[in-house]
Ligand binder design. Structure first.
Ligand SMILES: C[S@@+](CC[C@H](N)C(=O)[O-])C[C@H]1O[C@@H](n2cnc3c(N)ncnc32)[C@H](O)[C@@H]1O
Ligand code: SF4
Length: 368
């Protein structure tokens, strides 16, 4: 029987819709009606969700990880904590030592809100910092000030929170304005975050600053520079976009990278059930109604995903069948200083991480 002990919940509201953002979200109008609609959606989803789990004979174990993402979960407030406790945790209780993360936008939090979530188990904060320079915060269409980010960092440090930061690379005008990324990092490292997520801005064609995004060469140098710097400060670069102090790797995200089961709730929330060694089920919540789109993964698809996800991490990938062509390809990557190949396992380094998509094409072009 498949067992699952992780939950992602998507809170689809934001005070302001940042012009670069990829995630599903709606303008938060602070009305009771909007919150009630969201609660209704979740209540109906919980019933549908149980049917999905029952039909695949999946058992829920006490939760080891909970991740509230968005959108802006911090806007859900005290009322959200009460709803989550009485409706969601009632169905799927939290286990001992559960890692329970909430994403917080530096412009949308109160001590009362944090206290109410802490009371029901929240013990990790992920802060949408993006940049620690006021000009770049403006360019990134962020509504909070640098001071608001620093206030939240200080609060987390002083209260000994396990916290993570989101930081963006490839910001428009970085080259022209000579973005001093090391000074920004020094400013944030003074708060000693346990974890840092480093995202390269992914811009759609309609993005207003699309013409001002730095070129690939600049971004790759920026990425390698930041990786080297964070590693020199004691952080482990354990996944393409993630760094952690030892022991503070995100337990929740590790479940995805290891292709382990993670449940999901909330519009666009996407869950994965690892049904067996060679089959999986992915479900994604629709936004218009509490219904899911389901995708069944075959053995070949499961293997392909495992390869891609493990190559993203410092755990590396050991293929089940190693063809001579693949072995030759790995040796070529090693000679290009993209990683190490030892005991049948290919482990990429940051130089490999940054060109992972092209390395994946190399693999597909081989007869495996
Ligand atoms: C859901 S948001 C974070 C929580 C909160 N809403 C906030 O903005 O502070 C998660 C993270 O995704 C990243 N992100 C959003 N859109 C992105 C894009 N187009 N390219 C790369 N990263 C993006 C940002 O770093 C953001 O902090
Ligand atoms: S606040 Fe966060 S989720 Fe909302 S639009 Fe901005 S980056 Fe996206």
């Amino acid at each position: 029987m498949t067992q699952v002990s992780s939950l992602y919940l998507h809170v689809p509201y934001c005070k302001h819709l940042c012009n670069y953002c990829d995630f599903y979200k709606k303008q938060f109008d602070q009305s009771k009606k909007q919150i009630e609609e969201f609660h209704q959606f979740l209540d109906n989803s919980l019933m549908r969700h149980q049917e999905i789990l029952n039909s695949s004979t999946v058992e829920i174990l006490p939760l080891e990880t909970v991740y509230l993402g968005g959108g802006t979960p911090s806007l859900w407030g005290v009322e959200g904590a009460e709803f989550f406790r009485d409706h969601v945790l009632k169905e799927m209780p939290i286990g001992d030592n559960c890692e329970f993360t909430m994403e917080i936008d530096p412009g949308t939090w109160t001590q009362e809100m944090i206290d109410s979530w802490k009371k029901i188990g929240m013990n990790r904060i992920s802060i949408g910092t993006q940049s620690l320079h006021p000009d770049f915060l403006k360019i990134m269409d962020r509504q909070h000030s640098l001071q608001e980010s620093l206030d939240l960092l200080k609060f987390c440090q002083e209260n000994d929170w396990n916290f993570s930061l989101d930081f963006l690379l490839g910001i428009p005008f970085s080259k022209e304005k000579k973005r001093d990324i090391i000074s920004e990092l020094d400013l944030l490292l003074a708060y000693r975050p346990k974890h840092i997520s480093l995202y390269i801005l992914n811009a759609r064609s309609k993005y207003p600053h699309i013409q001002n995004i730095p070129d690939d060469e600049y971004i790759s140098e920026e990425y390698l520079q930041v990786s080297d710097y964070l590693v020199s400060k004691g952080y482990h670069h354990y996944e393409v976009s993630n760094f952690a102090l030892p022991g503070f790797e995100s337990k929740h995200n590790l479940k995805y990278w290891r292709s382990e089961s993670v449940m999901a709730l909330g519009p666009t929330g996407t869950g994965y059930l690892n049904l067996s060694e060679n089959s999986g089920l992915r479900y994604k919540w629709k936004v218009s109604q509490p219904e899911v789109e389901v995708e069944h993964l075959s053995q070949a698809e499961v293997e392909l995903e495992k390869m891609y996800l493990l190559l993203r991490t410092s755990m590396g990938w050991s293929p089940e069948r190693l063809s001579p062509q693949l072995e030759k390809l790995f040796e070529h990557w090693v000679s290009q200083r993209l990683g190490v190949y030892q005991s049948g396992k290919m482990i990429l380094n940051p130089r490999g991480f940054i060109i992972l998509d092209s390395l994946m094409s190399d693999i597909f072009n081989q007869e495996l």
